[in-house]
Every structure is written in structure tokens, then in C-alpha cells.
Design a protein. Structure first.
Length: 188
């Protein structure tokens, strides 16, 4: 059981028989009346967020969540197929279910699949990924006065990121999947 006094950003609770993640929380002690917690939560199945008020000290059960490492196999147009590395079981997701990880899907890469009561509900990419540059404009020397200028680059997965002017097509880049930002070039 998780009490509202134990809420932290990222805490997971079972609310109305569905798993929720706490995004924000504020303990409020008004001058009159009991204390309460104003909470912004995200439904981990639908992805919808909403705000709710709870009495201070109210308790919630922890959701039955499991994490499995699975390899992305292929996309057949409608479904994206993943395979468990331990028992070789395969699961499939439609595009709506994996919208947050869609820009980071590469075949043969291991992803974390979140299961709720035995059913897969979400795909999380690795924290950092190495992705090749598919298309970008060549950087022209003298384009900047101080350096640090960037240009857009389209990666092999379709993601567009801002990269320094010295990055060229075909190079491998390290990308932070939390915010989609360029980290560094990777030597082959």
C-alpha cells in the first residue's frame, strides 16, 4: 500500500482498477479543514493525464506491474512485433500503443515492455540509442560567429533532432531518448 504522504514523482498506484503514475503532487494544509494532496496522474494504459484530490494519508494498492526485456523484430504495416529474450514468446503492439517509443524503434534492439496483470501495455526504449543520420544539410564553415550553431537532421528512424554543423549524413549519433536530444557522435 502506498499512502498519499509517500507520493513521489514517478510513483505508481492502482486507482479505479488501473495503473497510474504520479506526475506531480502538492500537499495542501488549508487554514480550515483537513489536509489534502492535489495530484496530477497519468493512466499507464491510455496515456491520459488528469488531476485529482485525495485526503492526506489515504492509501492505494500498488499495481501488479512486471518489466520484460524484449527485442524489436519487425513492423508488418499494422503491428510492431517484439520477442521475449528468455522464453521467445512474441507480443505485438499497434501504433497507438507505442506512440511514445515510435521514433526510437530499430530492429534487433532490446526494449523494456511493461506488463499489467499479465498483459503488455507499454514500450520503453533504452535511455540512450545509437541511430544513423539519414539526411541533413552540409554545414558551411563560417556560418556562426561563436560556434554552437545547430541544424536539423533526420535519423534512420524518422526522428528529427538538432545537431551541430559538423555532423554529416551516414554518421552514427548517440541520442537521449528521454527528450530526443543529440549527445555525441559515435565512432564506428
Amino acid at each position: 500500500m502506498i499512502s498519499t504522504t509517500d507520493f513521489r514523482k514517478g510513483a505508481k498506484i492502482l486507482y479505479k482498477n488501473e495503473p497510474y503514475m504520479v506526475l506531480e503532487y502538492h500537499h495542501v494544509k488549508p487554514g480550515k479543514g483537513p489536509a489534502y494532496v492535489r495530484t496530477k496522474m497519468k493512466n499507464m494504459i491510455t496515456g491520459l493525464t488528469h488531476e485529482d484530490l485525495f485526503r492526506s494519508g489515504e492509501k492505494f494498492p500498488q499495481p501488479d506491474l512486471e518489466y520484460h526485456d524484449m527485442q524489436y523484430l519487425y513492423n508488418d504495416g499494422d503491428l510492431y512485433h517484439f520477442m521475449d529474450q528468455k522464453n521467445f514468446e512474441q507480443v505485438s503492439f499497434n501504433q497507438d500503443q507505442i506512440s511514445e517509443a515510435l521514433d526510437y524503434l530499430k530492429e534487433q534492439v532490446i526494449y523494456t515492455i511493461l506488463y499489467f496483470t499479465g498483459k503488455p501495455i507499454a514500450v520503453t526504449p533504452p535511455l540512450f540509442m545509437e541511430i544513423a543520420v539519414k539526411e541533413t544539410q552540409p554545414g558551411v564553415r563560417g556560418d556562426t560567429a561563436q560556434g554552437g550553431a545547430t541544424k536539423p537532421a533526420t535519423l534512420e528512424t524518422g526522428l528529427v533532432v538538432q545537431v551541430p554543423l559538423f555532423v554529416n549524413e551516414g554518421e552514427l549519433l548517440k541520442i537521449d531518448t528521454r527528450d530526443g536530444s543529440y549527445i555525441e557522435r559515435v565512432k564506428k
